[in-house]
Design a binder for this molecule. Sequence first.
Ligand SMILES: CSCCC(=O)/C(O)=C/O
Ligand SMILES: [Fe+2]
Length: 176
Amino acid sequence: MRAYLYDNLDTDCREPHEQNPSVPVSVEELEASGVLYWRLRDENFEDQIDKICADRNYKNRDQITVSKEGLGELFDAKIKTFFAEHLHEDEEIRAILEGTGYFDIRDKQDRWVRIKVEAGDLIVLPAGIYHRFTLDTNNYLKAMRLFKEDPVWTPLNRPCDENPYRKAYLEAIEAN
Ligand SMILES: CSCCC(=O)/C(O)=C/O
Ligand SMILES: [Fe+2]
């Protein structure tokens, strides 16, 4: 995982969009925005996932392959939905199994922070954070999705600042 400020250029979102010079964002700075990150080791990948699930009460899991082959005729629509700035009323928890991609999150100052993920990365985006996702130019990512009960992945597109989960998120990071 590597995180940095996004350059905000209006070109292909699958390009890196790293500023020049780059402005790196640390795991601690991501945590200040409520984003959690783990690096999972190959040797005991499953054990580490199981432990995080037990600690954080994630009871269920499934997998998604974000690629033309994996999503078939839904591919174009899904890619568009993923990259529209949105929030969810539950955490978005993804363990990357194969491939690469970018999660962009809005930090406390409402700047886009780009998080490059690859196999072995586990990321938790809190409920209420504005974010988006895109593949990179490799056009392939396979992820495990973890959730507590039933998944609540309905994307609520910005603006939805009156949403109670948005308000709770802002209060939580201010208190942080
Ligand atoms: C990498 S999983 C697909 C992206 C997704 O589920 C989502 O909600 C993006 O914000
Ligand atoms: Fe999302």
